[in-house]
Design a protein around this ligand. Structure first.
Ligand code: 9MR
Length: 399
């Protein structure tokens, strides 16, 4: 208990115990550190301890290697505590971020951690900037949902990544099945990219202009855009985005860029061709949807990122998660910790890897069903993976 609370208690003014899901500790917290009956005050991170149902919790975080971290009520001035963002920025990265959706903003218990800018200072909208959300009918644009996310992100000075202008998924049927010829689809594409990029101009750091345009072997994905327009649809999209928002970074984003495979080679070659044709591309985003126990080695991940950088772009890890086959045994959780640590260290080892975004943060909400892929468990407690990330950001290898 802090001094202020002690004085109040001595004077006969007791705080009410905190309610279920309420805050009960953390740096700067001056409220009560006890919880109502049936709830326990559980360390979540250095800025936040939370009253969680006591039947399902222990007072300590669920890391086998970090079992003594207490509920923290220390003041910021005396604390050496560091969150993902503090560590990432201290190591020269721009940000540590989270993929987030409008529905998340409505969950107060979710936003306590998601909204803490010591933990996440960058955001990528999970769905609301995609084509089906922004242009559901031809030339009818809809931005209100994405605007709400932008407003929230800006309120905390968070960096924003636009996701995504051109993708074969979450593409409305009027585009996929429109039967457009080359000239018409070119104009549909230019119109979409121009309107969406103009709407958000000045508000985003980087756009995922394209998403998942290659197959695993480096051949072109046979999307409606490729089949109708050919490779130059990529040029058209990047040129339109650059014209609409001259200062935004322009990225190609994809998964399975974690080893020096055929897809990485395809991006290296594409970046060179685009540059040779005078098309602006500033980054390749590596989604990094990984699997526990099958995460590539540190050297493989670093080599893949370095090959992309050598083509003349920055890189970023854009949607990191590491799934497992349930049930989550302690061995799998420890392996997940190592795998997160490996992925984080790979970005740390590449100076032009500008930052890391994870695809949500709690296993309670993930696009992967039943894979426990994130660093906090379903009760918002840090898992071993959380400490794998912390170690990675400090440059410590969990072996
Ligand atoms: O995070 C998104 C999730 O909420 C959606 O259900 C899913 C549907 O396609 O798309 C999400 O994220 C994808 C991202 O946009 C691109 N990389 C793969 C992700 C998972 O599909």
């Amino acid at each position: 208990m802090n001094l202020y609370a002690s004085i109040l208690l001595a004077a006969g003014h007791a705080y009410a115990a905190q309610p279920l899901w309420g805050q009960c500790g953390g740096i700067g917290w001056t409220g009560d550190t006890t919880c109502v009956s049936g709830a326990a005050c559980v360390f979540s991170n250095d800025w936040y301890s939370q009253c969680l149902p006591s039947s399902s919790t222990t007072i300590r975080p669920s890391s086998s290697s970090s079992t003594t971290r207490p509920v923290s009520t220390t003041s910021a001035s005396t604390s050496t505590a560091t969150g993902f963002v503090d560590l990432a920025v201290a190591a020269g990265k721009q940000y540590f971020g989270i993929m987030i959706d409008n529905s998340d903003l409505e969950k107060p218990e979710y936003m306590v951690i998601a909204g803490n800018t010591h933990i996440f200072n960058q955001a990528t909208p999970g769905n609301r900037m995609k084509w089906d959300a922004t242009e559901p009918s031809r030339n009818q644009f809809s931005f209100s949902a994405a605007d709400a996310l932008v407003t929230w992100a800006q309120s905390g000075g968070r960096q924003l990544r636009g996701h995504t202008l051109v993708w074969h998924n979450q593409l409305p049927a009027w585009v996929t099945n429109g039967g457009f010829n080359n000239a018409t689809l070119v104009s549909v594409l230019q119109n979409h990219v121009t309107n969406v990029a103009k709407h958000f101009a000045g508000k985003l750091k980087t756009w995922d202009v394209t998403n998942e345009i290659f197959n695993e072997d480096g051949t072109w994905r046979q999307s409606v855009f490729y089949k109708t327009i050919g490779e130059y649809y990529v040029d058209i999209a990047f040129r339109a985005a650059a014209a609409a928002d001259p200062n935004v970074g322009l990225a190609a984003n994809d998964y399975n860029l974690d080893t020096t495979n055929g897809k990485v080679a395809a991006y290296v070659a594409l970046v060179k061709r685009l540059k040779a044709r005078g098309v602006k591309i500033t980054q390749v985003g590596s989604q990094a949807h990984l699997t526990v126990g099958q995460t590539p080695s540190f050297n493989s991940m670093v080599s893949a990122l370095n090959s992309l950088v050598a083509a003349g772009v920055d890189v970023a890890i854009t949607e990191l998660d590491i799934r497992m086959q349930l049930p989550a045994t302690s061995a799998k959780l420890e392996q997940q910790k190592k795998d997160y640590n490996t992925a984080i260290r790979a970005c740390m080892a590449v100076p032009r890897c500008v930052g890391i975004t994870i695809a949500g943060y709690t296993d309670k909400y993930s696009w992967i069903q039943n894979g426990a892929p994130l660093p906090y468990d379903e009760n918002y407690r840090p898992k071993p993976a959380y400490y794998g990330i912390i170690d990675g950001l400090k440059g410590i290898a969990d072996t």
